[in-house]
Design a protein around this ligand. Sequence first.
Ligand code: GDP
Ligand code: MG
Length: 441
Amino acid sequence: NLTTRLSRVLDSIRGQGRLTEDQVNAAARELRMALLEADVALPVVKEFIDKVKVRALGAEILQSLTPGQQFLKVVQQELTETLGGNAEPLNLRQQPPAIILMAGLQGSGKTTSTGKLALWLKEREKKNVVVVSADVYRPAAIEQLRIVAGNVGVEWFPSEVGQQPVAIAQAALAHAKKQYADVLIVDTAGRTTVDEAMMKEIAELHAALNPVETLFVVDSMTGQDAAKTAKAFGDALPLTGVILTKVDGDSRGGAALSVRQVTGRPIKFLGVGEKSDRLEIFHPDRIANRIIGQGDVLGLIEETARKVDHEKAQKLAEKLKKNKGFDLADFREQMLQMQNMGSMQSILEKLPGGAQMQEQIKSVDAEKQIRRTVAIINSMTPQERRFPDLIKASRKRRIAAGAGVEVQQVNQLLRQYETTKDMMKKFAGGGMAKMMRSLAG
Ligand code: GDP
Ligand code: MG
C-alpha cells in the first residue's frame, strides 16, 4: 500500500542536507508505483508526480528535516492541494427549496447517500427535507428510498414506475414549495455502465430543475473506473461536487485523487458505511494524511464528539490539542466512548498505526478488552489515575485484585496508556512539522 511504499521511499533517501535531483527521481519512482498500486488513474499519477518533483526540488529547505522528511512533506502538501485544499460545504444558498440532484451509476450509492444527506441536513442544519426518487425503472429502488426516508424521518414524495422522471421531479418540487421545504433531494436512476440514454435523462432532469447542487456519487472501490465514469458525468452535467462512497471498504485511497483531478469538482462528502449516519465531510488534509498512513486523530475526535458525549469529547479534544496531561481517567473516558460507538473498525482505521492494531485485535474480543481496561481503571484511586507514575508493585497488586485480573494485565494496560499518550502528543498537539518529523524519523 501507499504507506509501505512511502516508508520505502524514505529509507531510500535517508541522509543529510537538501534533496538532490537523483534522490527526488528515485523517490518519485517509488511514489509512482505506490499511486498506481493505490489505483490512481495513470494520467492523474503523471500530473501529480510532476508537481511533486517541481515542488520537491524547489522546496524551501527546513534545516530540521532530513531529505526523506522533506519529500514526504512535499507529498503531503501536494496531495492536500490536489484533493482540493479546503473542505467545501454544500451550497444551499438559493430561494428554498434548494434542489440537490444525485447522479451516478447504478450501485454507486445514490439512494443510500440521499438518505444520509437528508439525515445530515435535518440534524446538522435543521433543514426541512423532502426526497423523491426518479428511478422509474426499478420499483425496488423507489421502495428503497421510501424506507430510507422513513428511517431518517424525512418526507418521501411518492413516485411510480412508468412516470416520466421530469414530471416526477416537477411534481415533487411543486409539493416541496407548498410545504415550505428547505431542501428537495432528487434521487435518480443509474445504469451499470455509462450510456447515452442515461446521460440524456439526467441532463433533462438537470435542465428542468436547475439544481443548486448536482452531486456525482461514485464508488471508491471502482478505482481506475471511477476516473472514467467521473469524466463521462462531468462532460454531460455541470457537476458541483462529488460524494465518494464505500470508503470504509477501500484502504487504497486512489479514487479520491483521480475523481477530484478528473472532474475538477470538490469532493464534499465521504460515505463510510451502509447506515444512514455513516457520512463524513471530506477534509483534503486529513484524507491526505490517511493516504500516507497518518491516521486521522482529529477526525476520530470529531466523530466521537458527535456520537457520544459532546461536551466530554470536546474537553478531551481541547486537552489533547493543548498537549496537556492525558491521564488514566481520560484514557478510561476514551475507552468508554469507543465502546459506545460500537464500531471498533472505524476507530482503528483512524488511529495512527491503526491498520496494524486492527490485525492484532482481530483475534481478541475487543469489547471484552475494553470492559477489562475500564474495570482496572475503576479499581484505581483518583490520585493514581491522575498520576499513573505512583502505581508501583504493591498498588498494582491491589488494583489487580480489585478488578479481578492478574498484575500482568495491569502492566499491559499501563503500557497501552503510555503508547496512546505518546500518540496523542505527537499527532494532536505538535502540528504538522512535528507530525512529519515523527513520521519520517
Ligand atoms: P444506487 O443504485 O446508486 O442508488 O446505490 P444504493 O444506494 O442502492 O447502494 C448500493 C449498495 O451500496 C447498497 O448495498 C448500499 O448499502 C451500499 N453502500 C452505499 N454507500 C455505502 C458506503 O458508504 N459504504 C458501504 N459499505 N456500503 C455502501
Ligand atoms: Mg438507487
